[in-house]
Ligand binder design. Structure first.
Ligand code: NAP
Length: 264
């Protein structure tokens, strides 16, 4: 049995992950981390059935020291995730991070820390298999179509922009794309932000609307043609096979992996 703890159990992703881990024959949910006092056990929270007698911790250090999980799954917020990841690695607990919002500097620091600790970890900006394939296909297409723009669309409760998936997609594209100036050289924004945010010259546009879950289009333009690669997550269930896969996979790793495409 793999001993798992989850951060952010009341959240939309966290609730799905709690049920996924509870119902998985190879996983044991040993604790959850919240920052609000929801009771001593998950079963005291109205979101969960009375059979979920899993202890709730308000402090990650206490959780890691007392429960000693094998894996900590973080589904909290961009404000906390970096500290949580570092704390897990320092406590020799393997992080599986679904929360987005890492800076490049923070990623580098966590990667180096995992290396020093000889400890596995996974940071997955997107756990959905289809989204991972979308990123791979986009990276392939970039060698042939250097003119590209990314449109990512999410629900309006999302805290970070652009999404971790869009950021990662742009990174993968830029590794394969011939460096290239897009658009008209004299282009001028008459309304600031009209052309989006830029990663290595690739525009990223972030849409936030109620009703959306997680969607992305990568548009490649060529002479007389447009290639669109699109992925839609219609509900949080789409991420759960990736969460289970990562919990198992991280047990065999000795380094921090950024992006599921590197371990699938
Ligand atoms: P959400 O519904 O807002 O859930 C976040 C939960 O974390 C909330 O219950 C929040 O409580 C709680 N929380 C905040 N700070 C905390 C802390 N310090 N300790 C413990 N819990 C804390 O958001 P979500 O849609 O589930 O998404 C969570 C994260 O996953 C986001 O960063 C999102 O971008 C990311 N995400 C990743 C994937 C992926 O495939 N990797 C897919 C979807 C979303 P309160 O609401 O009471 O503040």
């Amino acid at each position: 049995m793999i001993r798992v703890a989850i951060g952010g159990p009341r959240g939309k992703m966290g609730q799905e992950a709690v049920h996924t881990v509870m119902n998985h024959p190879e996983f044991e949910l040993v604790a959850v981390l919240d920052y609000k006092d929801i009771g001593r056990h998950l079963s005291e929270s109205s979101e969960f059935p009375s059979s979920y007698t899993v202890p709730v911790y308000l402090d990650l250090k206490d959780l890691l020291n007392q429960q000693k999980p094998d894996v900590f799954v973080d589904l909290t917020t961009p404000h906390q995730v970096y500290e949580h990841t570092k704390m897990c690695l320092m406590s020799e607990v393997r992080p599986v991070i679904g929360t987005t919002g890492f800076t490049e500097e923070q990623l580098k620091e966590c990667t180096e820390l995992a290396k020093r600790m000889h400890l596995g970890g996974i940071i997955a900006p997107n756990f959905a298999l289809g989204a991972v394939l979308m990123m791979k296909f986009a990276a392939m297409a970039a060698s042939y179509f250097p003119d590209v723009e990314i449109i990512e669309m999410h629900h309006d409760h999302k805290l970070d922009a652009p999404s971790g998936t869009a950021y990662k997609t742009a990174q993968l594209i830029s590794e394969n794309r011939i460096e290239h100036m897009q658009g008209h050289p004299d282009e001028k924004e008459t309304l600031e932000g009209a052309r989006g945010a830029f990663y290595e010259g690739i525009p990223i546009h972030s849409v936030r609307l109620p009703g959306l879950v997680a969607h992305q289009q990568v548009l490649f333009g060529g002479e007389g043609q447009l290639l669109t690669i699109r992925h839609d997550s219609f509900n949080r269930q789409s991420f759960m096979s990736g969460v289970s896969f990562s919990i198992k996979k991280v047990m065999d790793l000795e380094e921090l992996i950024y992006g599921l495409e590197n371990v699938l």
